[in-house]
Design a protein around this ligand. Structure first.
Ligand SMILES: [Zn+2]
Length: 323
């Protein structure tokens, strides 16, 4: 029987194997689990990152394979990094959500106030180790996955350039315009990535549910298309591995509200799922302590409702289709 938690749905099945990343531990650029390859032909520096969250294995599957196969850029510089490898190594199928991080969320640390501050944690140590790499890349693809089954999402940040990059990649179908979480800044919004006047750019892709069989394929296709967009990948591999895009055009969802949990007693009061649309404004869908929470507008799209509500964290983002 799958383990149940109070207020949480049964554990989703784990359909994919977790690769052994030991062979990649040394790195080749002075940072553990980070690999950088330079082409003799000039071009941008692109970083594809997996394991920003330790239990989001789909990106690690892609990078593990590309590293084992000796993928090299045909121009520019390509870096491949497993960010929170320490959390990944703690993965336990009996408690698979626990290895999202060791001490704290790696993806909420990305302001200089936090990075240059006094605080210490496993994730801050790793963030400070990786920061020099981020500081010299031009384009970042950050591969993630979601707690609950949901169609893949491109998280484009709040700048126009983020949406343009998601559109240039052409997938996934749903692009979310958002400004992140009250609990801390994401890597995709770090410094110049969030500066509208800076050409450097980042894209976060949520490839599906963490452990569903389809997620690594979404991560593969996103990576191939990202590298193709920057002219970094060889034609033979594209010919062999690139799948055609579905005919459905991409749609844009603009986040209107980020619901941050205020009490220790947050709960959804109706079944919710990612990309579900609630038609009427004023519909109660959650309670936070004594407070009822209602949809602020018609046709309200729920983006990644949390599985494990915690005070101070994001319960759900709400948005509306804008294209
Ligand atoms: Zn994630």
């Amino acid at each position: 029987m799958p383990k149940r938690r109070t207020g949480a749905s049964p554990l989703p099945p784990i359909e994919i194997a977790f690769p052994d990343l030991t062979a990649h531990a040394s790195g080749n650029a002075g940072i553990a689990y980070a690999w950088t390859f330079e082409s003799p032909r000039s071009g941008p520096h692109v970083l594809v990152q997996a394991l920003t969250h330790g239990n989001e294995v789909c990106g690690a599957i892609v990078l593990d394979r590309f590293l084992r196969e000796g993928l090299r850029p045909v121009r520019g510089t390509l870096s491949l990094a497993f960010a929170n490898a320490a959390a990944y190594q703690r993965f336990d199928a009996r408690d698979p959500f626990a290895s999202r991080c060791v001490d704290e969320d790696f993806n909420r640390l990305w302001t200089s106030a936090v990075l240059d501050g006094e605080r210490a944690s496993a994730e801050l140590t790793r963030a400070r180790e990786l920061r020099p790499l981020y500081d010299c890349v031009d384009y970042l693809l950050d591969l993630h996955s979601m707690s609950e089954p949901c169609p893949p999402l491109a998280m484009a940040g709040r700048q126009r350039k983020g949406v343009e990059l998601a559109q240039a990649i052409g997938m996934p179908e749903h692009i979310v315009i958002d400004d992140g979480h009250a609990s801390g800044r994401r890597l995709r919004d770090y410094a110049f990535f969030d500066d509208p006047d800076d050409v450097r750019n980042a894209l976060l892709i949520e490839c599906g549910q963490h452990w569903e069989a389809a997620s690594p394929e979404v991560a593969t296709q996103a990576t191939l298309r990202f590298l193709r967009h920057f002219g970094m990948i060889d034609a033979e591999r594209l010919e062999r591995e690139l799948e055609p895009l579905p005919p459905t055009p991409q749609r844009l969802i603009e986040v209107t509200t980020t619901v941050t949990i205020a009490t220790d007693a947050f709960r959804f009061t109706r079944p919710v799922r990612g990309l579900q649309s609630i038609r009427r404004a004023g519909t109660v869908y959650a309670a936070d302590g004594e407070t009822e929470i209602r949809t602020p507008h018609d046709n309200c799209v729920l983006i990644m409702p949390t599985r494990r509500p915690r005070k101070g964290e994001t319960a759900v983002r709400l948005g509306r289709y804008v294209a």
